[in-house]
Design a protein around this ligand. Sequence first.
Ligand code: TEU
Ligand code: CA
Length: 538
Amino acid sequence: EKKIEWWKNAIVYQIYPLSFKDSNHDGIGDLNGINSKLDYIKNLGIDVIWLSPVYQSPMDDNGYDISDYKRINPIFGTMEDMENLVSNIHKNGMKIIMDLVVNHTSDEHQWFIEAKKSKDNPYRDYYIWRDQPNQIQSVFSGPAWTYNEATKQYYFHLFSNKQPDLNWHNPKLRLEIYQMINEWLDKGIDGFRLDVIDLIGKDIDSMSLSDGPYLNQYLQEMHDHCFKNRDILTVGEMPGLSIKRASEITNQKNPLLSMIFQFSHISLDEIPGQGKWALKKLDLVEFKNVFNKLQQTLFEKGWNSLFLTNHDQPRAVSRFGNLSFRKKSSKMLATVLYGMQGTPYVFQGEEIGMTGVQFELSQYKDIETLNMYRDHLQKGYKHDDIMTSIYAKGRDNSRTPLQWDDTQNAGFSDVQPWIDINPNYKELNAKKDLAEKDSIYNYFKELFTIRKKYRIFDQGTFELIYPSHHELFIYLRKTKNEAILVIGSFSENRIEIDLSEYSQYQCLITNETPIDLKQTVIPPYYCAIYYKKEDYHA
Ligand code: TEU
Ligand code: CA
């Protein structure tokens, strides 16, 4: 069988360092805290750790506003703590990819401090300046332009006004970025997650932001200067990219990136065109159709990531599962997601079914949430309606500290953390989960073991079964000599369905006692993977 690239069936675990584990009693997660939990991560069956940014930053957007790409933020530790962590991750047979945020810097980056001094400063054109703003709005509410008194021009920032967008049309800037990327790769890290990399080809004046006219040119140049001759994993966060473009960018013949984060499947519970805060009930058939399109379009062409959540999204079980069936639906979501073709991503806490929160407004920390609250209030929205949207889609849902055990502060820290702990930590924590026979962690671990044992997961075809069913997500994957049937129920009711044609398949894993497929009833939030070895047809 042809050898496949290691990152195709590697399991990636995303760590949001602020909220993972505090080791020096300041209530803030840090590098040495991560180091103390490598066994927990390794035992889950993780191959790669994706570390959200730990570079020097004023933390306006929790590190996605970088003021020095070459220094570690002291709140997370020192450069030797970082080098120590990288070497321990490697000693544990795992790899580490870092978060590369190069669409913008912090306004406290030396380049911007220089650029805003005068119009003829050598760094002026590292950023985007105009005499007059256009209509582009910031993702974090308000205009995407801020006036700079000293030089009487506006600068562009798609995110906060402390995150000025870099001017990628400037070849000098691009070369400095490539040099920085190579410095990190030469330190021995194993790749990058590239933050909103779909934006670097933007053309401001034609207001073309995501997937702009220069995207392929700059990605090709970055690939040729940095990634080409290295055995690394690069995953591009590309919220605005179509599935077809995703296939082009990751095309196996000339891949500009190993894979991408595509977002078509996690914008289905918002009113189309009105953004994430305008809530709409998820239609499972739409959800299934998007995954089907992703699987078909990328099959034997490009490569995809498999994720349901991250530090920007709500908790998976709160959004797509059911808290009255928290354990079963956590396992069901993982089974349905990771049974597909692509590289699996687990966000910290997903492996123990952590849930979202419903805080008081004063407890929220995320700039996106706080700006949105003020903006919606000004537009006349009612407090309770705004809070309903924040409970459903606020990023802090996924940023509360990891719940290690039921001691004070959930074992995350021995002092008050930077953000409050989810009040359910006493009954929902890693220690308790691992002690239970129906542990979610141990289910994920078993699922990943199975995923590695059978090649069908990274090579099989994909076909929806009962595609128009509104409560069951069932699909069939096949190679010439194997087949698996993946079943996930999104319903709290028992469902009648005829799957008798698969009654010869054997159950590999399930979230309760396996049902015999001659039966016709699927229990609430049931999930399972059934397997059959096809006798070889010449
Ligand atoms: O997120 C980019 C992005 O698309 C976000 O705007 C996301 O869709 C939104 O926050 C959902 O609510 C990346 C990082 O993941 C995010 O944490 C940063 O805030 C953002 O870029 C700017 O760097
Ligand atoms: Ca700390």
